[in-house]
Ligand binder design. Structure first.
Ligand SMILES: Cc1cc2nc3c(=O)[nH]c(=O)nc-3n(C[C@H](O)[C@H](O)[C@H](O)COP(=O)(O)O)c2cc1C
Length: 447
């Protein structure tokens, strides 16, 4: 089963299933010596874990991050960073009566079509539990982004028919639905409770904003930043749509009012746009504005309301789900969405840093090449002058060797070498090499 690895430089592999002993992840490609706060990884996992409020599943999973490798005394070692999370509160019996039934909205049907086998106890790799490993990896990525002053905020924008009117980032973690609008948050909570009482569930929209994303992230053509963000966010279970900036509203606009007009900010000495319909991405490359994107999250399929279905023999059946499920997963998808965005951004950032350092390398190499050419030109000139000296010495019948002058010259060169911090041995070798070449030129002319 492939498709479990994400990223090209900051590479993450996740593994494990909801009803096995552990789930986990490995990050490969981390530089050594990066400061990583393990408590912050745990805080992110706590934001996603079940049982945080009565609006999400009451399953009790502590989701403790067990660091297996890759971090020593708060710093990356450069070896694969592996984190395990133990599965704790699985109740496999909850699933036994579903074993022979096709569950509407669930991945069990397609997994069976694909593999011919499926662990009916929970969702296996399709379970929301799998996303804990993404959050652990994303927490590492987030810290590296924070060190570069890049910050990601995700929040619930809509649940059912309730839509936010305002955005206050400070409000997000203060209410159980993770809404940036306190008033909308209580209406959302009421709507979720009502759906739950009716044995049903609700979907919603999550918005993700990235502050201080530098311009230049994104690769032509297939790894455009928006293409990679879309892939990352659409890979979260239950996400049904992705849009960036103006998104689907683009259909209602004309070019003249959809275009983001540029201006030059003389204070920051940067170009900006007056509006942000582009969502911070032009031509697949970040333009320095906030990244703004949204995902639509479907109402969870596991509902206690009776549903009609069929069993594996095709016989009609009634399905009544008894497990402990989320009536709305938006509040729990918020940290998962942030994690996936963080993974995409850190990967693109590392890619861009490689390009920049490649540019630096190219520049320096050009300078070295110029110096080498100058050395060759000067050396050719020197050889010519040595030839002229040889002709004068021949005319005046002077000896080729002049020990006093040579010793004086070598001393002067060593003195210079000390000032310029050139190793003494190298200076001696260089001087003797040049001297030998001069002798050869003179001997040839004089004889
Ligand atoms: C954090 C999280 C928690 C989830 N919890 C549930 C749940 O309790 N019940 C459920 O039916 N689906 C839940 N899901 C959604 C399923 O994983 C998803 O709907 C299923 O795999 C089918 O995939 P699809 O909806 O993308 O087609 C959860 C998803 C996430 C990301």
């Amino acid at each position: 089963m492939s498709g479990n690895v994400f990223g090209s430089i900051f590479r993450v592999m996740t593994f494990g299933e909801s009803h096995g002993p552990y789930i986990g992840m490995v990050i490969d490609g981390l530089q050594p010596g990066l400061a990583i706060n393990v408590d912050e990884i745990q805080q992110e996992l706590d934001r996603r874990r079940p049982g945080q409020s009565n609006l999400v599943t009451p399953r009790q999973e502590t989701d403790r991050a067990e660091i297996v490798s890759g971090i020593f005394e708060g710093k990356t070692t450069g070896t694969p960073l592996c984190i395990l999370i133990r599965n704790q509160d699985q109740r496999s019996l909850d699933y036994r009566n579903l074993k022979d039934l096709l569950r509407p909205g669930h991945a069990s049907f397609t997994y069976l079509q694909k593999y011919g086998i499926f662990d009916y106890r929970g969702g296996g790799r399709a379970s929301g539990r799998e996303t804990a490993t993404r959050v652990a990896a994303g927490a590492v990525a987030k810290q590296l982004l924070k060190q570069r002053d890049i910050h990601i905020f995700a929040y619930t924008k809509q649940i059912g028919d309730v839509v936010i009117d305002s955005v206050d980032f400070a409000e997000i973690e203060k209410n159980p639905v993770r809404s940036p609008d306190a008033r909308a948050a209580s209406k959302m909570a009421a709507a979720i409770s009502q759906a739950q009482q009716q044995g049903d569930s609700l979907g919603g929209v999550i918005e993700i904003v990235v502050k201080n994303c530098p311009a230049g992230l994104g690769e032509p053509v297939f790894n455009k930043l928006d293409a990679d963000l879309s892939q990352a966010l659409m890979s979260i279970g239950a996400v049904k749509a992705f849009e960036v900036g103006g998104g689907f509203s683009a259909a209602h606009h004309t070019g003249s009012n959809f275009n983001d007009l540029f201006y030059y900010d003389s204070q920051s000495k940067k170009f900006h746009t007056q509006t942000n319909q582009a969502g911070g991405i032009l031509g697949g490359i970040s333009n320095g504005e906030d990244l703004v994107m949204r995902i639509a999250v479907k109402p969870p399929s596991s509902i206690s309301k009776k549903q009609n279905t069929v069993d594996f023999s095709g016989k009609p059946a009634e399905l009544e789900i008894k497990g402990r499920h989320d009536p709305c997963i938006c509040p729990r998808v918020v940290p998962v969405a942030e994690a996936m965005v963080a993974l995409v951004l850190i990967d693109h950032l590392l890619m861009q840093e490689r390009i920049s350092s490649l540019n630096d390398l190219e520049n320096i190499r050009n300078k070295v090449d110029t110096i080498d050419t100058q050395i060759m030109l000067l050396y050719a000139q020197r050889r010519k002058l040595v030839g002229e000296i040889a002709r004068i010495k021949k005319d005046k019948q002077l000896p080729v060797l002049d020990k006093t002058r040579e010793t004086e010259k070598e001393n002067k060169m060593q003195e210079m070498a000390r000032e310029l911090q050139i190793p003494s041995k190298l200076t001696t070798d260089l001087f003797h090499f040049i001297l030998q070449d001069s002798y050869n030129i003179q001997e040839e002319i004089i004889q």
